[in-house]
Design a protein. Sequence first.
Length: 389
Amino acid sequence: MQGDGTTGAGADTATVAELGGESTRAVYRDLLRFGPRSRSELSQRLGLSAPTVTRVSRDLLERDLLHPLDIVQQAKGRPHEPLDIEENRGPRFIGVKVTADEVHAVVTTVRANVLEELTLPLEDPAPQSIQETILLAVEAMIAAHPHVVGIGVGLGGLVAERRTVVSAHLLGWREPVELAAALEARVQLPVVVENDLIAMVSGLHWFGMGRSYDSFAVLTVGAGVGIATVVDGRIVRGRHYMAGLTGRLPIGVGPHGDPVAIREVASTQAVLRRAREQGVLAEGEGVEDLRTLLARGHDGALSIATEMSRALAVAAVGLVAVVDPEAIVLGGENVDLLRAGAPTFEETLRQGLAGSQQELAIRTLSGDFDEWARGVAVIAVQAFVGVEP
């Protein structure tokens, strides 16, 4: 694994581990998310006095956290000297996405541009085993990238205060795990932990396609089915940190009047069960075999993907009815199955929307774990700049 070439040239970890007071964080946050601005623009936007902005920017420049851009001549008044984040020599962040099978880690810049990635297999999903695998990946990346100042970890589960994993059904964790504290004890760096979907949406909201929208919803499909929403610029989490994360959203009524939950139709396990019941897959065959059949144009496989797409579209209709977002973003490791039934998804969705909602944008992610791990790095960036969850 190669380092990022910043040894001796960039900000020393000790000088950036603590960004500074609220005025310093406010200036840095604004430049980080919205790009270059002059000191006078920062003063007006943030409601800070000119001397405060001058003092804060001087400190950040001296610490190599900002750099000046070319002076811009004005038609009237003094020339402007825009400031911007120092990304090339600035702090580094690690994002770790945990699944039941592997740990996928990335190193990013402060604007979440991925510099390097590393994937390690998981032999055992027990907490201690996962902690050791995370540490193996993290310590290797810290050795190669000396300016790491924060670490984010994301997994499919309920997480409280970005510290404690309350439960993680897919990993078999039934009792709370103090994951952040356990990792911090060894790496001696700040660690934040978050539900992986919430983290991924944070990444989209700050630096990805979600930047274009004040309100958007993300619908992911894979081992589980998850929904996350950003409403008026804030991620909806819920009283129990469970908003959209349980897969219990009803999309119909069963033969005995019981509600049919989205996970019973669209999760990996549900899709494979239905494919086997219909003779599309044999016992022992899995998602990759279903993908192969879809690539060959197999009618039965296409029927399975279409049924899944229709169910997810019904869920999306309900979501739009409640939240009225500007966009729906589709993702997850099985998003390619959803794409295979895309005409049905969009047709069902559009039929359920009000006339004024027909302009709803539908965006699709790649399905790769990089997007998830990058999002987890963003929650570490947010902690660094003082954003509360």
